[in-house]
Structures are given as structure tokens and as C-alpha cells.
Design a protein around this ligand. Sequence first.
Ligand code: ATP
Ligand code: MG
Length: 790
Amino acid sequence: MSTSTRTGTPGPTEDRNAGLDFVRAMIAEDRRAGRHGGRVVTRFPPEPNGHLHIGHAKAICLDFGAAAEFGGRCHLRMDDTNPETEEMAYVEAIIRDVRWLGFDWGEHLYYASDYFEQFYELAEGLVRKGLAYVDSHSEDEIRAFRGSVTEPGKPSPYRDRSVAENLDLLRRMRAGEFPDGAHVLRAKIDLASANMLMRDPVLYRIRHATHYRRGDDWCIYPLYDYAHPLEDAIECVTHSLCTLEFENNRDIYDWVVEHCDVPCRPYQTEFARLELDYTIMSKRKLLRLVEGGHVGGWDDPRMPTIAGLRRRGVTPESIRAFCDLIGIAKTNSRVDIGKLEYAIRDDLNTRAPRVLCVVDPVRVVLTNWPADRVEHLEAPYWPHDVPREGSRLLPFSGALLIERDDFSEDPPRGFHRLAPGREVRLRYGYVIRCNEVVKDAAGEIVELRCTYDPDTRGGAAPAGRSVRGTLHWVSEAHALPCEVRLYDRLFSVADPEADAGEDGDFIRHLNPDSLVVAKRARIEPGVATDAAGSRYQFERLGYFISDAVDSRPDALVFNRTVTLRDTWAKISGSRDASPGRPERARPAPRSAPPPPAAATTRAFAERTPAVQARFERYAEAIGLDADTADRLARDERTGTLFEDTVAAGADPRTAGNWIVNDLARELAARPDAPLRFGGVQLAAFLRLLAGDTVSSTAAREVLAELVDTGGDPAAIVERRGLGQISDPAALTAAVDAVLAAHPDKVEAYRAGRTGLLGFFTGQVMGRTDGRANPGVVQDLLRDRLDASPG
Ligand code: ATP
Ligand code: MG
């Protein structure tokens, strides 16, 4: 195809585009070359068959963002060519969500269903040119005749119908004379094409169904491969950006716009779709969660939908910052959900005032507090490093509530909270000492009897003693009852679809603890008059929002947006300002300064010239994604290790990924330890992984030892017996034991639930401590499961 190499590697002008992702670099280049008359028109084309999710947000930020940056425009287009699944309610939700994300399409809202007449006219045009024909084969016959990768397709007996006969049949298809499936319209392209999609693709099919906008006007509907390029061409889109799954469709795209009589010539470019850990990213599967009652609806705060994220308290700014952070690349990879959580915390830090809320209260009585006395303690809403002002008065009395798990009768080592005979500081209040524990008949703690130190008001240090813990609290008589919904990840495994099979048995990976409701929570009284949808940091607990749907002034409900835990910040060496955990000493930032807080679209923090040079080398010459390149460039130690590892023969992307993720985690856990190995060892380690010598689980153990003691990775594997078991004979016993232990599941598998293969594999992996080679395990399982029972 004349144009299919157009999106290939950029030429020598590359350096002019430093800092741009490959899509923006291409657009910049097109503008310099004067293509499309210098115009930039993109579009975001959702199908209104479900709600948008955060994967769509990535596309939206790119489509709208790039257009705006180059002085162009972006259309919002409903790609509504399928009558069976689309609804007006989804259209409305999409419009709301894109607007909420902060983007504007002016008057350029379009519906593909408005183009049905044009699509049809153009189809008659193809027939007249001898480029399309009506095929009366069934779907199965068409598939059977299409051939395979190694064999060319065979012509359908209807392929050589005359133009007149084709036109007549097409018109009668449109007029509704035939039932569904009786005929299709196919492009006449090339039955021997190496691209299977080019073997006479279907353009139209008969569907007697009511379209949500066009009613019963039509009973033939165009397929995506025909409609999409025409939609772009009709709207004079210049850059049609889509995800990598459509790479093979580009040939049809080009064929359609070249052979139909359209006003403009758009070009398709593919980028990597967003795949986020611990969640799923397909409308169809999200719909299953909704319809199956696994979540409360499309806007359930656990859903990765825009509506769910909004209700959970995530801001549009943090979604945009996240999309910036992950960048645009040409290869698919999964994104650590920690990056999203990082972007959310980073944004909420300067947005959410700090308040006190006790989620699971236990009563504290101050035995030396004067009866009926209430003090009002001044408490700032913001920590020192957030440049915002404001404070409130917190009522403090002789009966308080603290978090049940902030007390331990038998404190383990390192527990710096309250325990019998011990002191803690109450945030903004006094130092208290626990003298007595009162229990009910069942042995449950009902009250802690404490004394306060009057000289420590406002957190002053007590004379001659050091107090390590600081707790949040509320005054029992003043606090407001509320419900707190503690949301967590929706799935308990990082990649719920990985071993779930086509039928989507991902449901079994749902995290049973993704929602914990605390009904007895109590919050400081100052929030009573705040509007629904207000955001807070509950000190020491996380960021929360009052639920827009269920919260009432007399029955407050708060959703946890994200905890304060910040593994990602630790990995990246940047710092989450979380004064909410005052008791925990935070390590000083180890490398980069914290990124600038909450800009609308946050670029990476400024780089010194040396760091910039390294960054460019990693991102452009080596092709790392921007985030990985940035992290390696900033940290000289790991940057050098990366270069040595690549010099020792490792694949740069694999090396980069291991260094900034797994290795960085190991190093962060030992902040002062020297690096005990170099690029040669790390490359050897990666070779073990690539060669199936160790599983990725075992690899993490090897890596940890490498960090601790250095040495030869192969020798570590050998000595610790971590080698992957790939010999089928050594695995049959485990496989048989698993099958014997789950006869019901074996039966279900044989009845068609092949998604259970993942379950069985997981069980065998468990029995072998993660050492079995999963590929070999699956072969063995299939062998046995596919054999007839008995
Ligand atoms: P789903 O599989 O979730 O239904 P889709 O691609 O079918 O997604 P569309 O409504 O057709 O949904 O998507 C509109 C646009 O959003 C397309 O251009 C598509 O490429 C893009 N998009 C969809 N999912 C993602 C994702 N995970 N990451 C980036 N872009 C995406
Ligand atoms: Mg889809």
C-alpha cells in the first residue's frame, strides 16, 4: 500500500522533535512539510455502547491534546453504526465525561449514523467501479473460503456477479427484501493478500434492528472497516489516531479512502492502548460487571470508568497528569496502577484540606480532665509544604475517640501508638498516657482510661520524655457519625484477563475486599456544612470525597479515593507530602526533587543539561518510554547500570523495565547499601529469565539476593534451587493432584468453561512454589483435560 509505511521511523529531523512523543513528532513533521495544508484535525470516536474508561481518557488526552497544541481541532464523534448495542444514555454519559475531563469540541459533535446515506451512496459507487460485490455466502462459508495465513482464499461463486446484478441486490438489501445474513456486500480486493483483512472484507451486512437514532430507516449497516475511514474523510480529519489492534486494518482504511469519492484524505496512526494493572479495560467486560451485579453500576467507585473515578474523588487534573506521565508509545505494555495513584495523590495534596476522622472508633476517657470542660484547639487545614492558608477550631473534651487499631494491649516491636503505660500525642491536642483498659463481658475493649499532660497543649513536647506516636482523634460528643467506604483495587491480581480465556472468566479474580464499609465512623464537626463532593485528606488515612449520590447532611457518606501509602513515590525517589502520617519517619528524597505540584498538565520536572542529554538518548535512540527514560536519566547510578546492562547484550526495554520497577524497589528497601553487581550480572540475570531458566516469581528472589550479596545469577539459581521446572515428567504429579482435587471444575472445563485453564495453572504453580514453567503446565493440563473422561 502506498501509504502504509508513512508512520514508520522518522527521518533525520528527529532531533527537532526532541521531547515529543512519536505521534506529536509526526504531526509536527507534517506541519513543517505542509501536508494537509498545515491543518490538524483529529477526532475521538467512541461507540456509545458503554461508559468511557480510563483507557479512553488516554486517547482523549492525545486526540484533544495534540490538536490543541498544534492549533488544530478535535471532533467528538459517536461511532454509532451498530444498532444492537447503542443507546442515547451512553451518548449523554460520553459527552459529560469528555467535558468533565476538560476538553471542548466546539460545534464539532458528529454522529456516524448521520452519514448512513453517504456511506450507502459510496458503496453503490464501489459496485459501479467493479470494486464491490454482493456475496450470498453465509458467514461460515465466507470464513471457510478466506483461506489461512499459509493458503490463499478461494473466490466465492458470487464474486463475479455483474455490476447490474450487484446493484440490484444491494438496493434490495437496503429495501429490506432479505432476512439477516442472506447477503453481504464485500469489497473486491485480493483473496491472496498476506493481510487476511484484505481478502475481500465485508462492507455491509443485513440487520433488521432498530437504531437508537435512525429508528427503522435502515436494515443494512456498514462495518467498522468501511465506515470508519469514511467518517474521517467526510469530516476532513487529518490524523486519525487509534490503538495498535487496528494496525492490520490500516490497509483497508487506505483502500477505502482511495477508492471512494471523498473530500479529504485522512491517515491512520496507531499507538499503544492503556492496560492498567488490577483492572480491566473493555466496555464489554465492564458491562458484564454491571449486569452481573458485581459492582453498583457504571459509576461504582471501583470501576475504571470516568464516572467511577469521578465518584471516587479522582480529579480530571490527575487523570490528565497520569496520561502525561505514561506518555504515548508504539508498543503495548501494562501500566503499574501505582502511577495513577501517584498522580491522584500529587494532585489532591494541594487540593484537599486535612481533617480528622476516626473510621473504627474506640473510646478514650481522660480521667484527669475537668468535668464538662471543652477546649477549642486551633488546627491548620494544610501542612507546611502546601502553600495554602486556613484553619479551624477542633473541640477537645474528656471523652474522645481514637482508631481501634491505634491501640494494642500487647504492642509488637516498633509499635509507636497507644499501649498500656505508654504515651502518645493527639494531633493538635495533648499528650496522653493509657492507664487502664476496660472490657465488656465478651472481652472486647470498650474504653481506654487515660490521663493527659496539661503542659503539652498543641503538641508541645512533654518535659524530659520523648513521645513518638501521633494519633488522630475526635471528640465523642462533638463528632458527626458517618459512613466511610473504603475502596480498594477491583481485582486481586494484576492482570485479571491474563489467564481468563476468551469467555472472560476474569470475574473469579474480583477482589472480595474491594469495598469495606465502616458504618460507625465519626468525623470532626467542621465538615457538616460542606457541599456534597467535597474532598479531604483524613489525616493518616487517605484522601476521601463525600459521596455525590448517597451523602446527606444528616447521613454523611465518604468514599476513599486513595490511601496515603505511596510505594510508587518510593520507587521513583520522589516524595508524597503526607504529613498525615506524622509518626512515621520518612526517608529523605533519594534522587530527584519532588515533581511540581498539580499543574494542569504536568510535564516532567526540569532536567539539567546532562540529565536531558541522557533522557534523549534513552527515549529516542534506545526507544524507552518517556517515564522510564526520565527515571533512568535522573539517577546516575541506575542509569549507568542500565547502559552497562545494554552493553552486555540485554534488550534495552526489558532492562529498563526491570531496573526502574523491580530493582528500584529492592534498592529503595536498602537505601544506603552499595550496588554489589554490575551490568554484566544483570544482563546474565535477564538472560536466565528470557531463557525460561527461572520463572518471574523466582527471578524476584534471585534479584533480591543479587542486591544483597552480588554474585553470579546462575549460581544463585543453582544454589537456591530456584530453577524453573520445564521437564513435563517432573510436573505430572502436581498436575494430576490438582485435577484430582477439583473434579467439579474438571467437569465444568469439559462442559466448555475453558477459561478454567488459568485456575488449574495457578493451582499447579502454587504447588510448585511458583517454579513450574506455566507453558509446560498448560500443555500437560490441556492433554489431560481434552482427553475424554474415564
Ligand atoms: P472497548 O474495547 O473498551 O469497548 P473500544 O476501542 O471498542 O474500547 P471505542 O468506543 O471504539 O471503544 O473507543 C474509542 C477510542 O478510544 C478508539 O479510538 C480507541 O482506540 C480508544 N481506546 C479504547 N480503549 C483504549 C485504551 N485502553 N487505551 C487507549 N485508547 C483506547
Ligand atoms: Mg471495542
